[in-house]
Design a protein around this ligand. Structure first.
Ligand SMILES: Nc1ncnc2c1ncn2[C@@H]1O[C@H](COP(=O)(O)OP(=O)(O)OP(=O)(O)O)[C@@H](O)[C@H]1O
Length: 914
């Protein structure tokens, strides 16, 4: 597939699906009158003195509010044609029976069914402008230094003088191929490079003189001064470059600690390496593939940037998110020339990047896994480019046992990276991986166990706390933010699970005079960029965000991260709190825990599950005899297939990727595209064009005419004359440019070519289903472990002599570290039951009153848990009285009960029929 994935990567995940029809948000609580204490008493370092806010002023007008979309009206009936359990009597009922608006629990259940956590599509547009109204400066005064730790000693407690700001890092423009040596750097990062700093101060002096002479009208001397300045700048730049070149040469001849530290100091301005950096850099320079596990904000990027300066070939950095790539590109030191290839680029931009790659201008290329393995890209490397290093960033995405498995990362197998790219070395990096995940990643990337560099996965500058919360969570949040130490903190991120929450909570905070903005993947890219920029420039104090915000965010002074809901896993928790305290200062992380939200998320973890039966049907379709023809381009229209097999797009993609990259390569994936094309001929007649154009001739053969327009399937046309779909697309594009045609495309589809048909669909589907079930179980377990840790922290605060904050920090820290070391502590939630006397009776009533639908046990269990699926969407099924009624009963228990009742139901119906 050729589309860059820029989602958060929660494919086949425990995360809730996007809900196009969220029910109206619950009513906002009134702002609290008397100030209450924060939910948990937190121990605060006495030296903590982030400055107090002055009286809040009016918040800026909010432009980001979104009304929840209305529900769709007509119920699409599931398209199962041959389900194991057919409930056949068709009915013209458009709503599921059992709907009762008078049921008291209905609203609660509806709320519980809300889905829509972000599978973000972060397409940052670097040209976005910040138009946010600037809030009054009096909202928050600048913080005083708090118990500051030197930033390069993240895991140390030794005090040493703070590291000076770095030199020569690129400015806000980012490092888009050009060297950025034109002076911008000086504004943000005071130089440590001696020659430069001296002359920079000279600039300041000369600048004043310049103004004086200007006032005096001395034109000639002005020109002279200007050219002097220019010369001096060039000399300095040359001086800097030649110093760096000398330092690089020194490292090339001997990669000693001293030489590397000198280079670090010159390029970044840092005094010393942080724990793990030097070791990783040396391993990579020695050509040893390495697995690097360092905490968030520990400086992993530097571990490939320095080798990129030394190694002769290109460094390819594979990243899961486009936004992350853009961020990393921006943060490259100006001396390293970088580039990026993503599907969000305009074709001219991609062509330009490819040109620069071929010409050797680009040294570090950021690329998505899909792009990396695209045929054109690979052939370019085979022909002319040498790859010294492949960096797999967020490497946990390779493993299905991680919290963020991405099918496209399955492509990153060492065998492929070595053979197709001729990569000399692989560096895999992550901040959050359990032992099991690490093993899977290292096996896939063929990294020897001796080449693991692993430091503690948690920084020690967090104060972690949890409180039990409930219906008044927003009020609790406000109380927290208004109480010490949060009220003194200038930048806070509040993480929540659902898009509607980000809008609702940020509005509530604004209504209470806190500058806040909601952020989620549903916002236009420009708005997202604007919000991030306003946050980074301290115009917004609080960003209320889904998981869409934060990856790659390197704002040093985020002082607090608040979790409005329990995260999906300890990995997610660690990633998100990792946005705080990146400057090494003590930072505060609070989690509001409530069991109902936990149960709701637990139910949603089942939204990706599939049954063997559905997988079998899917495989039969993929390998159907019609599409078996060798080299024929097959396509699977995503929306209709998703509805037909009741499978989410990500699940279908996972199965297809497995069919491509598993032990047997059954198929080859091709770029995803809109397959249905409607063509309108304008100038020449279709037949005249067909007579001189083979592609048009094939289109005429394969199309049907509807209201004078030719409608055809692009893969069918491509297959009929043995060309690629991209060739067909290119041709119609050319015809359009010539004014011959206009066209419209629809129906996004997976495209593939079958290489080998499985001998037995049954055993393949059973194998795949088992694998997918294990992934589903793993996601649920991760959530259970997270929840257990939160509950343990709440409980511990009543039972120890330490202050509440310290006890909770200690408890959570040890849970997190144990978890990453493979020791999973997990208690089943108290509200979860394995039994319920009314369950089977309710399922029976439900089946009887919805005779028109064709259910599977899983579909029934989802409805009882209040979880929508492609064939049984929320918009329709949330109206049933049974929706979400059994959220606290184990999903498997409901599936078993549903299976029994479905069999009884079928038996009863067939008895009646005979
Ligand atoms: N040796 C060092 N001394 C001081 N600061 C450093 C050092 N190395 C890196 N940094 C700084 O630490 C910050 C975080 O670095 P970086 O973004 O590479 O972290 P990361 O490990 O990739 O974090 P995350 O996993 O959260 O993305 C950056 O601002 C970087 O410049």
């Amino acid at each position: 597939m050729d589309s860059d994935s820029d989602s958060d990567g929660s494919h086949v995940s425990a995360t809730p699906p996007r809900d196009p029809f969220p029910p109206p948000p619950p009513k906002l609580p009134q702002p609290p009158r008397p100030r209450q204490a924060p939910p948990v008493s937190r121990k605060v370092a006495s030296s903590s003195s982030r400055s107090k806010p002055k009286a809040p002023t009016q918040p800026p007008p909010d432009h980001s509010q979104e009304a929840p979309s209305p529900s769709s009206s007509s119920p699409p009936s599931p398209l199962f044609t041959n389900l194991p359990f057919r409930i056949c009597e068709p009915s013209n009922q458009s709503q599921p029976a059992g709907f009762s608006s008078s049921v008291s629990s209905f609203n609660r259940l509806r709320k519980a069914s809300l889905t829509s956590e972000d599978n973000l599509k972060s397409e940052f547009q670097s040209d976005a402008v910040n138009h946010l109204p600037e809030p009054s400066q009096s909202v928050i005064a600048p913080p005083k230094p708090v118990r500051r730790k030197p930033p390069n000693l993240i895991t140390d407690s030794i005090t040493s003088p703070p590291v000076k700001a770095p030199v020569f890092r690129s400015g806000g423009e980012g490092n888009f191929v050009k060297l950025n040596l034109n002076g911008k750097r000086g504004k943000k990062f005071p130089s440590k490079y001696k020659g430069v700093s001296k002359s920079r101060s000279k600039f300041a002096y000369r600048g004043k003189r310049y103004k004086k002479s200007e006032a005096a009208g001395d034109g000639e001397s002005l020109l002279e001064e200007e050219s002097d300045l220019q010369k001096q700048r060039e000399e300095e730049a040359n001086g800097f470059i030649s110093s760096v070149e000398d330092a690089i040469l020194a490292v090339k001849s001997e990669a000693s600690d001293e030489n590397l530290t000198k280079l670090l100091n010159l390029v970044y301005g840092y005094e010393s390496f942080r724990d793990g950096q030097l070791q990783a850099i040396k391993m990579v320079l020695a050509g040893s593939s390495t697995m690097l596990v360092l905490p968030t904000g520990a400086g992993k990027s530097l571990c490939y940037q320095i080798p990129a300066m030394i190694l002769p070939g290109i460094t390819l950095v594979v990243s899961p998110l486009v936004s992350l790539m853009i961020d990393q590109l921006k943060h490259l030191p100006s001396i390293i020339k970088g580039g990026l290839l993503s599907s969000t680029q305009r074709p001219e931009e991609a062509t330009e990047t490819l040109r620069k790659l071929k010409e050797g201008i680009i040294k570090v290329l950021f690329v998505s896994p899909e792009r990396l393995l695209n045929v054109e890209f690979l052939s370019m490397f085979r022909m002319s480019l040498s790859v010294s290093l492949v960096v797999v960033d967020e490497a946990h995405c390779v493993s299905e046992w991680s919290h963020n498995f991405r099918p496209s990362y399955m492509r990153l197998k060492a065998s492929m990276l070595y053979s197709a790219l001729k990569a000399e070395c692989i560096l895999a990096m992550t901040a959050t991986a359990t032992t099991m995940t690490l093993q899977a990643v290292m096996t896939a990337l063929e990294i020897p166990s001796t080449n693991l560099i692993q430091k503690s996965q948690l920084r020690d500058n967090f104060e972690l706390s949890v409180s039990l919360s409930g219906a008044n969570r927003m009020k609790d949040l406000l109380n927290l933010i208004e109480s010490h130490p949060y009220k003194e903190i200038r930048s806070i991120i509040v993480y929540c699970k659902f898009q509607y929450e980000t809008d609702m909570i940020s509005k509530y905070l604004r209504d209470n005079n806190i500058t806040a903005k909601g952020y989620h993947s549903g916002l236009p890219a420009k708005d997202r960029v604007r919000i991030q920029e306003s946050f980074c420039s301290n115009k917004i104090r609080v960003v209320v965000a889904t998981v869409a915000f934060g990856m790659g965010l390197d704002k040093g002074d985020v002082g607090a991260v608040v979790h409005f809901s329990v995260p999906g896993s300890l990995e997610e928790y660690v990633q998100e709190i990792g946005r705080a305290g990146r400057d090494g200062r003590l930072s505060y992380c609070h989690l509001f825990y409530d069991e109902d939200t936990y149960l709701k998320l637990r139910s949603l973890s089942h939204s990706d599950g599939v049954d063997e039966y559905a997988v079998g049907k899917f495989l039969t379709h993929v390998f159907s005899s019609e599409t078996k023809q060798h080299e024929k381009i097959c396509s699977l229209v995503i929306e209709s297939a998703s509805h037909k097999f009741d499978m989410k797009e990500e699940v279908m993609q996972t199965i297809l990727t497995h069919l491509e990259l598993g032990e047997v390569q059954y198929l080859r994936m091709l770029p995803q595209l809109n397959v249905c094309c409607t063509l309108n001929f304008h100038k020449s007649s279709p037949n005249t064009l067909a007579a001189r154009n083979i592609i048009v001739a094939a289109i005429l053969k394969k199309s049907h005419v509807k209201q004078g327009l030719h409608v055809f399937d692009i893969p069918a046309v491509a297959s009929s004359i043995g060309i690629a779909t991209t060739d067909v697309l290119a041709e119609i594009q050319t015809l359009k440019m010539k004014g011959e045609v206009t066209y419209e495309m629809k129906d996004p589809a997976f495209c593939y070519t079958i290489l080998e048909s499985p001998r037995e669909i049954c055993s393949l589907s059973s194998h795949l289903t088992k694998w997918l079930a294990e992934i589903e179980t793993c996601k649920v377990r991760k959530l259970d472990i997270m929840s257990s840790a939160a509950v343990a922290a709440i409980n511990v605060s009543n039972t120890s002599e330490l202050s509440s904050g310290a006890k909770q920090t200690q408890c959570l820290q040890s849970r997190i570290l144990d978890y990453f070391n493979g020791d999973e502590k997990c208690d089943i939630p108290s509200k979860m039951t394995q039994n319920c006397s009314f369950l089977r009776a309710d399922i029976k009533v439900f089946l009887q009153s919805n005779r028109q639908a064709k259910f599977t046990p899983r579909a029934i269990a989802r409805i009882m848990h209040g979880v929508g699926s492609p064939a049984f969407p929320n918009s329709i099924w949330s109206k049933t009285h049974f929706w979400g009624r059994y959220m606290s009963v184990d999903f498997r228990v409901i599936m078993d009960a549903a299976q029994t009742e479905l069999l009884n139901f079928v038996d009863r119906n067939s008895a009646l029929a005979t």
